[in-house]
Design a protein around this ligand. Structure first.
Ligand code: PMP
Length: 539
């Protein structure tokens, strides 16, 4: 299938070059590009009727209010909601989930209640439920993921019971591409009178989604993943639940009547939209909905599934490629996550970037899912209406011989000393037993690795050993760091970051700050713990 599902001319950005190569944009699960029609709706608001909503009698305010309200109607129809009262505009999916979490936290979640969610949730939902469980005393259960990337439905049946107050499930996994059986799960939850929240961030943009068919009480999604602008997301909530829930934020717009002693709340959905809302963004989101519906959600679903199957079959045919999620032939969203041999995802994504190809590498905000997959991260290629199989061919071509390409990439882009440390990492070794070991699972870049450090009787570092599952540059920096630490006083290490980043910035300006601070953060963290535990000598 060489043709896109939408005219590529709607997206001038797709015509640009990156590093002398035509751009291949395959990072759509993170953010999609914005077509001319959507940019025009956004621009027209500022050109013709920019004003605050629901506050003025004047013409501009009236026009803005009408367009903003119609945008709610448009989105309501798009997901099968009863009307605008069920559509709250938020900042993004994350905020939509947080609204529900906060409001349920004040009402139904307590020590007797359980939140059931899954191992494949995005941090937007997983971290939110962790926090709310901790604050309310509610329990939390995670439905397991099977080896073929599906939810273990037997486990779901075992953990959803009368204590379940909420089931929160991602409709389409942003890493595995799995399409979860939400209606079946919702039926289980409803049998036990639990509410159901569906994270639709990866489903609403690319397949028909209807809240009644899903039996969802809440549905959260983001404009920027569906040809819309950033800064706008949606919380669908069934009207009777939104009526019952307390508001999340307080202020103007969400009130009906205010005295010095009390206030009453505005009608839905405005009760959940405190302050000046994302007006231009909401109007542009409605234009994105028009745009997608004109193409047809079934067409988009079929297009994405075909691209994903095309990529998956060819990636799986490569002996050194490991893919994650359901096998070829199973319905999936338009994305494929994979690893190539021993080449770290950040290196692979740099190699691809050298060839104009934009993909994402890392844990994709699903660290626990990557723990289940037993890999520190993956590379994700994700497709949208404008992508073609010819672009996937360019991806496949670029990952051929990834290891030699990685080595060449490092040699071409980095200083000789970095190349030397990458090719001959010096871990120095530890004389005898180490004094402490620190694992690198706390780096801001998400790389994994481990430092073992030995400290002599005088409080000086006399050996550093590390194992690394990091990108080439992080490995080289860890090697440089090990060398640099030899003979240093262990209690000086706390102040190392500023000193070392200054040295590295000065000597190797081509290094990205993220790649430098990761290993430093790890070693500092280990030293701080070691000093706290052992009250290391100061002399
Ligand atoms: N859930 C899923 C499944 C996602 O893929 C994402 C975005 N990566 C989010 C939630 C969070 O979306 P946002 O950053 O727009 O809040």
């Amino acid at each position: 299938m060489d043709s896109p599902a939408a005219p590529r001319g709607d997206y001038p950005v797709l015509g640009r070059d990156v590093d002398g190569h035509p751009l291949v944009y395959l990072d759509n699960a993170a953010t999609t590009q914005t077509p001319a029609q959507v940019r025009e709706a956004h621009d027209e608001f500022y050109r013709r009727y920019n004003a605050n909503v629901h506050r003025g009698i004047h013409t501009l305010s009236h026009e803005a209010s009408m367009a903003y309200e119609r945008a709610h109607d448009r989105v309501a129809a798009f997901v099968g909601a009863a009307g605008r009262e069920e559509i709250v505009f938020t900042k993004n999916t994350t905020e939509a989930i947080n609204i529900v979490a906060h409001s349920l936290g004040e009402t139904v979640l307590d020590e007797d209640a359980t939140i059931v969610t899954t191992e494949m949730e995005h941090h937007a939902s997983l971290v939110t439920w962790q926090q709310i469980a901790e604050r309310t005393g509610a329990g939390i259960e995670f439905i397991r993921v099977t080896d073929n990337g599906h939810l273990d439905m037997d486990h779901a049946r075992a953990v959803i019971d009368d204590s379940t107050a909420l089931l929160s499930v991602v409709h389409v996994s942003n890493v595995l591409g799995t399409v979860n059986p939400v209606a079946e799960l919702a039926a289980l939850a409803h049998d036990h009178d639990a509410s159901v929240l569906v994270d639709g961030a990866q489903s609403v943009p690319n397949r028909p989604v209807d809240v009644s068919a899903l039996d969802a009480d809440f549905l959260a999604f983001s404009g920027h993943k569906m040809a819309g602008p950033t800064g706008i997301g949606v919380l669908y909530g069934s009207a009777h639940l939104l009526e019952e829930l307390p508001p999340f934020l307080f202020g103007g717009e969400m009130i009906q009547n205010v005295t010095l002693s009390e206030s009453s709340w505005n009608e839905l959905p405005w009760k959940f939209e405190a302050g000046t809302p994302p007006i231009a963004e909401g109007i542009a989101l409605a234009a994105a909905v028009d745009y997608l519906e004109e193409i047809g959600m079934e067409t988009i679903q079929a297009h994405e599934n075909e691209l994903a199957q095309y990529a998956l079959e060819r990636l799986e045919a490569r002996p050194n490629v490991e893919t994650y999620g359901p096998p070829p032939g199973v319905d999936r969203a338009g994305l494929v996550s994979f690893n190539v041999g021993d080449v770290h995802g950040h290196d692979l994504s740099s190699i691809l970037n050298d060839r104009g190809i934009a993909v994402r590498a890392g844990d994709h905000c699903t660290q626990p899912l990557h723990d289940v997959l037993d890999v520190p991260g993956s590379v994700r290629a994700s497709f949208y209406v404008y992508n073609t199989t010819a672009e996937i061919d360019r991806l496949l071509d670029a990952i051929e011989d990834a290891e030699p390409k990685r080595d060449a990439h490092v040699r071409e882009n980095y200083h000789d000393r970095i190349v030397d440390h990458f090719e001959r990492p010096r871990d120095g070794g530890v004389p005898g037993s180490h004094s402490f070991v620190v694992a690198a699972d706390e780096t801001s870049c998400g790389d994994d690795g481990e430092f073992a450090v030995s400290v002599d009787a005088a409080g000086r570092i006399d050996g550093v050993e590390y194992k690394s599952e990091s990108c080439a540059v992080s490995t080289a920096v860890a090697s440089l760091l090990s060398e640099y630490l030899q003979g240093r006083r262990v209690d000086d290490v706390g102040s190392l970051e500023a000193e070392l980043t200054a040295v590295l910035d000065d000597e190797f300006p081509e290094l990205r700050r993220d790649c430098v601070v990761g290993p430093i953060e790890v070693i500092q963290h280990g030293v701080a713990e070691y000093l706290a535990e052992s009250a290391a000598p100061n002399a």
